[in-house]
Design a protein around this ligand. Structure first.
Ligand code: ADP
Length: 206
């Protein structure tokens, strides 16, 4: 019987490059990809019932309730049983516990470590594609991938960033430790260029 396809989650502070590296890895391995943050922003724009539930939290730069995040991910995982990559989930111990129930130990968690001074510099430069969600840091107004308009994310002010960083430290770091104790964690230095970090991830996974 062929070995099951390995799945992944990307963990890291805001602006650590989870989205960029997650997409690269998912493309390279042919994995289904879900960014919970990008999905929540889209649901909010579309004013869907889930978006309406999530909006007040994102407006205040807070995490959405665990129950909502788990609902989003478990619905998605039902359609992508094998070979997936989750970007931005789990973000808390209850979410990590729920994922272990849903997926057992079929996944590895890649934890991108970046110094908070570097994160602050990155966040003020960050642009996101309004159509495909690609993240770019260049000054151009056009997405290098699909040509749509790049825009600054509403949650990329320094004040919003500080709130998200503190939620990360309080709620997500314990989830990182939880996954480490389960032997599922791969920590990677995320401070280099996009290609350097991608190369490090490839090496760590080979
Ligand atoms: P960042 O990592 O830069 O904060 P994301 O695009 O991953 O950006 O997420 C944006 C926002 O969406 C988060 O700050 C949070 O409010 C919400 N969010 C995304 N994923 C989750 C999750 N798993 N649990 C709770 N809130 C989430």
């Amino acid at each position: 019987m062929p070995a099951p396809v390995r799945s992944f989650v990307m963990l890291g502070p805001p602006a650590s490059g989870k989205g960029t590296q997650g997409r690269l890895l998912a493309e390279a391995r042919g994995l289904a990809y879900l960014s919970t943050g990008a999905r929540l922003r889209r649901e909010i724009e579309q004013k869907s019932p889930l978006g309406q539930e999530a909006q007040a939290y994102l407006d205040r730069s807070q995490y959405v309730p665990d129950e909502l995040a788990v609902r989003l991910v478990s619905d998605w995982l039902r359609k992508h049983a094998e070979g997936w990559l989750l970007d931005g989930f789990p973000r808390s111990i209850p979410q990590a516990e729920a994922l272990v129930v849903l997926a057992g130990d079929s996944f590895s968690a890649i934890h991108l470590e970046v110094d908070s001074v570097d994160l602050r510099t990155r966040v003020v430069k960050r642009r996101e594609c309004s159509t495909c969600g690609m993240v770019a840091t260049e000054a151009s107004e056009q997405c290098p991938k699909c040509g749509s308009l790049l825009r600054t994310r509403a949650d990329d002010s320094i004040e919003a960033f500080e709130k998200r960083l503190s939620a990360y430290e309080q709620l997500t770091i314990p989830a990182v430790s939880f996954l480490e104790k389960k032997g599922l964690l791969i920590s990677v230095d995320g401070s280099g260029s996009r290609d350097e970090v991608a190369q490090t991830i490839r090496e760590r996974l080979s």
